[in-house]
Design a protein around this ligand. Sequence first.
Ligand code: ZN
Length: 111
Amino acid sequence: MNQEKIKEYKEALEKERLLCVSEIKQNETPVDFGSEPDDESDESDKTEDFGNRLAVINDLKNRLNEIDSALEKIRSEKYGLCEKCSEKIESSILDIDPESRYCKNCKTESQ
Ligand SMILES: [Zn+2]
């Protein structure tokens, strides 16, 4: 893969990383559970909302891990190689999903 292309993916990954970090921060803002214990329906709504936030935060953190390991691969010059079969990952995949660990074939297999 040429350096220009790698630079493009790196920039895309870094942008995505910043976005992820700020979304995690937004979702981690402490939830106000309210001070009226009698209002049960309201409480359960908020608990549900908190559960959704945790799920979102989890997704974002997984994404962040993927992005970090892709950036790490760029640093160690292993970027763009499939983790399963060690073949080059198609640029059609990396264009959509620059943090992808697998090539087209292995991606399809694992689904
Ligand atoms: Zn593969």
